[in-house]
Write a protein that binds this ligand. Structure first.
Ligand SMILES: Nc1ncnc2c1ncn2[C@@H]1O[C@H](COP(=O)(O)OP(=O)(O)OP(=O)(O)O)[C@@H](O)[C@H]1O
Length: 275
C-alpha cells in the first residue's frame, strides 16, 4: 500500500510570470488536510492564475507542484482528488437538468470501485442534496432556481467525489448575505469535519473570516502567507502594496482602507519571504 501523503498540496519555489510581469516568485506552500486556505488580493494580482496552476491549466514558470503526493505537470481537471466550485454563473431558464441531475453529474460510479446501482446512486444524490439543504428543490429545473440555490448545488456536485482538495473560485460572488453564510459554512464544514483541504479565492475576507485558517495575500507581484491576524495588518499590507494602507477591526470584521483598486505597480524583482 502507498503511504498516505501528509500534505494535500505542496508548492516549492513556485514562480509565475507572463512576459516581464511576475505574479509571484519563490512561493513555498504546504496545505494540510482539513485546512481552510483563502487566496486574497486586488484585481489582476493573480488569484485566478493561482487556481489555474492548481488545476493544471497553467504551467508554473519555475518550481514544482504536488497534489496528494503526485507531481502536477498537466491537467488536473477531471482528477477526482480535486473538487472545483466555479464562479457563480446563472443557468439559462430552459436548462434541461433538475437539481438532482446536476449533483449526480459529480458522481462517477468508478470512483466507488463498482458502478453504483440505481438505488445507491439515488441515495448518494439525496444525501448530498440534504447536506446542502437542497432537498426541497431536488426535482426543480436548475434554471428556475435562485443564484444562491444554484450555488449550493455546485458545492454539492464538487463534494460528490469526496475530494482531498476543494478549489473554490469566488463562489460567493452575487450571493446575498444569507447565502454567502450558508455556502461558506458548508465549505468550512467540509474542511474542518471531513478533512478536505480548501483553497478559496475571494476579494473579500469578511464573509469567511470566522472559518479561515491561513491566507495567501497577492499584490504587486509579491505575497504573504500566514493567519489572518498575521497578514491582515496595516504594516504587512502597506508593505505589499508599497503605499500606506490602514487595516481596522470592527465587530470581528476587517476593514482595509487606502489600498489601490488594482495591482498597478510591479515588484517583479523583489523577493518576498512568507510570514
Ligand atoms: N495567459 C496569460 N497570458 C498573459 N497574461 C495573463 C495570462 N493570464 C493572466 N494574465 C495576467 O495576469 C494577471 C493576473 O490575472 P488573474 O486573472 O490571475 O488575476 P485575479 O487576481 O484573478 O484578478 P481578478 O480579481 O480581477 O479576477 C492579469 O494582469 C492578467 O492579465
Amino acid at each position: 500500500m502507498n503511504p498516505v501523503p501528509s500534505s494535500v498540496l505542496n508548492l516549492r519555489g513556485a514562480t509565475l510570470s507572463f512576459g516581464a510581469r511576475t505574479l509571484w516568485r519563490d512561493l513555498d506552500l504546504t496545505i494540510e488536510p482539513g485546512e481552510f486556505f483563502a487566496v486574497l488580493g486586488p484585481n489582476g494580482s493573480g488569484k485566478t492564475s493561482f487556481l489555474k496552476v492548481l488545476l493544471g491549466l497553467q504551467k508554473l514558470s519555475s518550481g514544482s507542484l504536488e497534489v496528494a503526493g503526485k507531481a502536477v505537470g498537466g491537467k488536473t481537471v477531471g482528477n477526482r482528488t480535486i473538487g472545483y466550485v466555479p464562479q457563480q454563473k446563472g443557468f439559462a431558464a430552459q436548462t434541461p437538468l433538475r437539481a438532482r441531475d446536476l449533483v449526480g453529474l459529480g458522481i462517477d460510479g468508478d470512483h466507488w470501485g463498482v458502478r453504483l446501482g440505481a438505488k445507491a446512486y439515488r441515495r448518494r444524490v439525496d444525501d448530498l442534496l440534504r447536506k446542502v439543504g437542497a432537498t426541497e428543490y431536488a426535482d426543480v429545473p436548475v434554471g428556475l432556481l435562485s443564484g444562491g440555490e444554484q450555488q449550493r448545488l455546485r458545492v454539492a456536485q464538487a463534494l460528490a467525489t469526496e475530494p482531498a482538495l476543494l478549489l473554490c473560485d469566488e463562489p460567493l460572488l452575487s450571493l446575498d448575505l444569507r447565502h454567502q453564510r450558508a455556502v461558506s459554512s458548508l465549505v468550512a464544514e467540509q474542511a474542518h469535519r471531513a478533512g478536505t483541504a480548501v483553497v478559496f479565492v475571494t476579494h473579500e475576507i469578511n464573509p469567511i473570516i470566522e472559518h479561515v485558517d491561513r491566507v495567501l495575500y497577492l499584490a504587486g507581484g509579491r505575497f504573504r502567507v500566514g493567519t489572518p491576524d498575521e497578514v491582515m495588518t496595516s504594516e504587512v499590507l502597506s508593505d505589499l502594496y508599497g503605499t500606506p494602507v490602514d487595516v481596522f477591526r470592527s465587530n470581528g470584521r476587517i476593514v482595509v482602507v487606502g489600498q489601490p483598486d488594482a495591482t498597478t505597480h510591479d515588484h517583479a524583482h523583489d523577493a518576498e519571504e512568507p510570514v
